[in-house]
Design a protein around this ligand. Structure first.
Ligand SMILES: C[S@@+](CC[C@H](N)C(=O)[O-])C[C@H]1O[C@@H](n2cnc3c(N)ncnc32)[C@H](O)[C@@H]1O
Length: 269
């Protein structure tokens, strides 16, 4: 992968591979190992020791799985766009949905080679784009709908310049006026107090953290969204006993850990 941010897809897939291979999987993404080629495994080997971020990443994926399962229970044909899909295998793992996976060309090519869209359990379309530099409006125009639908940006927004966040979300509001946005957000305090070691490690490969305002959810509501839910990744990880920290410590003593890294859902204001 030439783009360092695209390499981070191997990180997320690597942690899901470990989860799937563990005695008690949380997500159980058995596709993850298939996406991990030699490049991916060599990259991920550098991150095996980051046990708390790794566990948190799996919990994040689990939280979003739960959200999507709930949406699909209400609307089995719901359109779901995964923007910065990486090696997300939900179109293969979850029941229902009309899926669109959007990412840079090398990721899409690898996915097509390992897991052709035609083999997915649900209708799936893959779209290649660099959404920081190419026109999301043009590329996703054929997918536009005014029906209720969900857009997932998981592990994506903090790699974008704030101006690219504003522009991308503005375009999504035009193309998908009734969309729900599902994303994870990290605050500046969280990044400084808790995120430094892994962010530095990822930075060694050239991928920089760019979007981590003091209050990222407030930034997004300022773009015309309404915050519907915010779930603490760290607190949920502790409750699920995926990190060795009592939930009450995170709940009562460490607000920057509790609130600084959240899975959020937004709808148009
Ligand atoms: C940390 S990975 C997360 C992947 C996936 N959502 C997951 O959670 O497993 C970030 C993903 O965003 C994609 N991405 C980041 N910036 C992008 C851009 N400007 N255009 C297209 N894809 C981008 C990367 O290629 C990568 O697959």
């Amino acid at each position: 992968m030439a783009n360092p941010v695209s390499k981070t897809a191997y990180y997320c897939t690597g942690v899901r591979m470990l989860d799937a291979e563990s005695a008690h999987p949380l997500v159980g993404d058995t596709w993850a190992a298939r996406f991990m080629d030699d490049e991916g495994r060599a990259f991920f080997d550098e991150f095996r020791g980051f046990t708390i971020p790794n566990a948190s990443n799996v919990v994040r994926h689990h939280l979003i799985d739960e959200l999507l399962r709930s949406r699909l229970a209400d609307d089995p044909r719901r359109r779901i766009v995964l923007l910065g899909a990486g090696f997300d295998a939900r179109a293969f793992r979850l029941n229902g949905g009309e899926w669109f996976e959007v990412d840079e060309a090398p990721i899409i090519e690898r996915k097509n080679a390992v897991a052709p869209a035609s083999q997915a359990a649900n209708p799936l379309t893959r779209i290649a784009i660099d959404f920081a530099h190419e026109s999301v409006a043009d590329t996703l125009a054929s997918v536009a709908t005014d029906a209720p639908m969900t857009i997932v940006m998981e592990g994506v927004l903090y790699y974008l310049e704030p101006s690219a966040v504003d522009h991308t979300l503005g375009t999504l509001q035009q193309l998908f006026p009734r969309h729900e946005l599902v994303c994870d957000l990290q605050s500046d305090t969280f990044v400084r107090r808790w995120g430094r070691p892994i962010i530095s490690k990822i930075g060694e490969y050239g991928a920089q953290w760019r979007f981590h305002p003091a209050d990222p959810a407030q930034h997004i509501t300022g773009l015309g969204y309404r915050l519907e839910s915010a779930t603490s990744v760290a607190l949920r990880a502790a409750e699920l006993q995926r990190i060795a920290m009592p939930p009450w410590v995170i709940r009562s003593v460490l607000p920057s850990l509790r609130d600084g890294y959240q899975v959020c859902t937004f709808r148009g204001a």
